[in-house]
Ligand binder design. Structure first.
Ligand SMILES: Nc1ncnc2c1ncn2[C@@H]1O[C@H](COP(=O)(O)OP(=O)(O)O)[C@@H](O)[C@H]1O
Ligand SMILES: CC(=O)OP(=O)(O)O
Ligand SMILES: [Mg+2]
Length: 401
């Protein structure tokens, strides 16, 4: 075992790579950044070193390989390059781990093949995750590479929450069940919410609302996930930026038989042209709130539909948990959009849920309670940190291996 203590975390998306280099001795970020618009000809790399100023460079990234090499150059320029002997491992966010991967996993050729086999159930995510792994392995073939799966935290869901009520034999043959996603965030945030209340995570029940571009809710009882809103794929559940969330499956048959759309066209419609974007032409919550405040009817309807679905999940998970100690808002929308938090919790005093308007309007990067003292359920804003969680799980694995 070497004394190397740094972990590089890669979160490769379809057109971007987010990264953080973290020293596990003290959790400090030696560097972080984002390479975006990969393959689009107008790429941009934003790199933030531990000390010193943020650097932004415009350069075309024909593919993920080029983007990761540019990231490696930025790290090298800071003296923390990929060739550093201090680097202990590279941790990768992998969105779908299927039924097999329920814990952080050392990546081998065989593991990679299994992640590839899961592409049909995470078509927007797993291909990019695989590319990130391949490029990182080619740059540092000697280093342990670890996959941390979005699905893993949800593997504890009871069978009745993970099952769809369809023919059991068909479901089993095709591995059709609810897996859930954003698990790394739900795990981190549910634990952080407990700590914010000064309590042991094993003692508290939390509803976590991860509201980013993709969005999902989870019910976490004593640190264990008991239900979540995404399913076989990251399409089920909440209204998202471009994804519909829950629809009657009959919609698919109807669009195919009566509307004449192919299955691929319906897939594309529900994943990329629905949600907030489909309802009002915008998927950025900031823009939607601005338009709605100016009286734009489509933006108002998109906002209201988003909130209505969110409230249904809050109510549903309240019943699933029986007792709720905290509701934690996280990710881009959850952390920043006070009107979303206000609307999602309005009128729920009978359930012991209330939000203090003043506390809710505070802008801060810190975890904070936004409910008044008297509120039985603590409502909180808890910034997620998927990268730190991935780094910790990666480091723990290579240290016990
Ligand atoms: N100040 C803000 N107010 C409202 N929404 C915001 C704000 N800042 C960011 N967002 C929303 O957060 C979303 C992105 O969230 P994020 O968690 O970064 O998503 P992802 O990781 O899925 O890309 C954006 O689409 C935007 O709508
Ligand atoms: C699984 C998922 O929806 O991830 P993201 O929000 O990053 O798209
Ligand atoms: Mg995210």
């Amino acid at each position: 075992m070497s004394g190397a203590t740094r972990v590089l975390v890669l979160n490769a998306g379809s057109s971007s790579v987010k990264y953080q280099l973290i020293d596990m001795l003290d959790g400090s970020r030696l560097a972080s950044g984002l390479a975006e618009r990969i393959g689009e000809g107008n790429g941009r790399l934003v790199h933030t070193p531990l000390s010193g100023v943020r650097r932004e460079s415009l350069q075309a990234f024909p593919d993920h390989d080029a983007a990761l090499k540019a990231v490696a150059e930025e790290l090298a320029a800071d003296g923390v390059g990929l060739d550093s002997p201090e680097l202990a491992a590279i941790g990768h966010r992998v969105v779908h781990g299927g039924k097999r991967f329920t814990a952080p996993t050392l990546i081998t050729d065989e593991v990679l093949a299994e992640i590839r086999r899961l592409i049909p159930v995470a078509p927007l995510h797993n291909p990019a995750n695989i590319t990130g792994i391949e490029v990182a392995r080619s740059l540092r073939p000697d280093l342990p590479q670890v996959a941390v799966f979005d699905t893993a935290f949800h593997a504890t869901m009871p069978e009745y929450a993970a099952r769809y009520a369809i023919d059991k034999a068909v479901a089993d043959e095709h591995r059709v069940r609810r897996y859930g996603f954003h698990g790394t965030s739900h795990q981190y945030v549910s634990r952080a919410a407990a700590h914010l209340l000064g309590k042991d995570p094993a003692e508290v029940n939390v509803i976590v609302l991860h509201l980013g571009n993709g969005g999902s809710a989870s019910a976490v009882a004593g640190g264990v996930c008991v239900d979540t809103s995404m399913g076989l794929t990251p399409l089920e559940g909440l209204v998202m930026g471009t994804r519909s969330g829950d629809v009657d499956p009959g919609v698919v048959f109807h669009l195919h038989r009566v509307g004449g759309l192919t299955i691929d066209e319906i897939d594309e419609l529900l994943n990329r042209r629905s949600g907030l974007l489909g309802l009002c032409g915008d998927n950025d919550m900031r823009e939607i709130m601005r338009r709605a405040s100016e009286g734009d009817a489509d933006a108002k309807l998109a906002f209201d539909t988003y909130i209505h679905r969110l409230r249904k999940y809050i109510g549903g998970y309240y019943a699933v948990l029986g007792r709720v100690d905290a509701i934690a808002f996280t990710a881009g929308v959850g952390e920043n959009a006070a009107p979303v938090r206000e609307a999602a919790t309005a009128g729920l005093e009978e359930l012991g849920i209330a939000v203090d308007p003043e506390l809710n309007s505070v802008r801060s990067g810190e975890a904070r309670v936004i409910s008044p003292q008297y509120s039985r359920v603590a409502v909180a804003v808890v910034p997620t940190d998927e990268e730190l969680e991935i780094a910790q799980q990666t480091f723990a694995l290579v240290h016990t291996a």
